[in-house]
Ligand binder design. Structure first.
Ligand code: PEP
Ligand code: MN
Length: 346
């Protein structure tokens, strides 16, 4: 049995909980998880669950294997709103995040950043630390890339989201970026998840390419348990038997996640498809499925891109896409109504 104590537990409540657990006569292992105290008892204690659950200061009791708690829809049925600059994930518009796969240099980034702002995107993306499958591929500009992103923010006013790969860089990236991206390859990097959980920067958590919905939610739980409740999930395509596109967009993950969690959901059709021609229809499908945002890669000269040129939209294509997404917003979620996930019927 696992007993999760609320961060707000008073010293008196804490003593009462400890006394009740000691009285059960089982060994109790104690540890801190972010702002919470976690008490673990052997399986034999499971039968006493009800009396423990009733104690003031006890937030949740798990018997069997521990699951998600803070990320579960029941924890905040009304849904979570995450603000990044002027962008509101969970507001009445689908947030469009746009920018290059990688920050390659000043001219390249500023050209795309201006195009993203002009097209009506509200967050600028760009990788400075790039997770590359091959160690010989372009690894990104690192800290210099972050400086260029802050310059692009100053010029366009767009907040920036960029990936952090390493626990040692979290402080630096959090000091510069408005939102921290955890990439697909790092969704299971629990040290990194805990570290971003200690910051107060919004986090864009991408689904591992072979991760289940349960695993994605458990990864989000790490960040939330650390005390950071500003988490946005990102469906970016999963690996299936199908090899015609880079990945397979799991569009069903959008309404499924809305059932299971209160966290906003973004879809990345660029990595899901790997092909420019597929990005627009998949982005529109995501907006129609109720995603709180879409993230697309854009490059002014895709043929010269140092990474993912094949899936980059041209600036003019982004203009069309944002206009079409606004059309879907107008049809599905008029500004006067509070945003609700699309209903699912069982
Ligand atoms: C990215 O968005 O920059 C990226 C590397 O995507 P993913 O982690 O989904 O592969
Ligand atoms: Mn990319």
């Amino acid at each position: 049995m696992i007993v999760v104590c609320a961060p707000s537990t008073t010293p008196e409540q804490r003593s009462r909980i400890d006394a009740e657990l000691t009285a059960l006569g089982f060994p109790v292992a104690e540890r801190e998880l972010g702002a919470r105290r976690i008490l673990e008892l052997p399986r034999a204690a499971d039968a006493c669950r009800c009396s423990i659950e009733r104690l003031a200061g006890v937030e949740r009791v798990f018997v069997g294997s521990p699951g998600v708690h803070l990320a579960a829809r029941e924890f905040r049925p009304e849904g979570t709103t995450v603000r990044v600059g002027e962008a509101v994930f969970g507001g009445d518009r689908t947030v469009v995040i746009a920018g290059p796969c990688a920050v390659e240099g000043r001219t390249q980034l500023l050209e795309v950043a201006r195009a993203a702002a002009d097209a009506g995107a509200s967050v600028l993306r760009g990788g400075a630390f790039k997770p590359r499958t091959s160690p010989y591929s372009f690894p990104g500009l690192g800290r210099r890339g972050l400086e260029l992103l802050t310059e692009a923010r100053a010029e366009t006013g767009l907040p920036i989201v960029t990936e952090v790969l390493d626990t040692r860089d979290v402080e630096f990236v959090a000091a510069h970026a408005d939102m921290l991206q955890i990439g697909s390859r790092n969704m299971h990097n629990f040290a990194l998840l805990s570290e971003v959980g200690r910051t107060r920067r919004p986090v864009l958590l991408k689904r591992g390419m072979s991760a289940t919905i349960d695993e994605l939610l458990a990864a989000a739980e790490y960040v939330l348990a650390g005390g950071n409740d500003q988490v946005v999930l990102c469906e970016r395509g999963i690996r299936t038997f199908e090899t015609s596109s880079r990945n397979t967009l799991d569009i069903g993950a959008v309404p499924l996640l809305h059932e299971r969690t209160h966290l906003p959901v973004v879809v990345d059709p660029s990595h899901a498809s790997g092909r420019r021609a597929l990005v627009r229809p998949l982005a529109l499908a995501a907006a129609a499925a109720g995603a709180e945002g879409v993230m697309v890669e854009v490059h002014a000269h895709p043929a010269e891109a140092l990474s993912d040129g094949d899936q980059a939209l041209l600036p003019a294509e982004l203009v069309t896409l944002v206009r079409e997404i606004r059309g879907i917003d107008a049809a599905l979620r008029p500004p006067s109504t509070a945003r609700q996930p699309l209903e699912t019927h069982s």
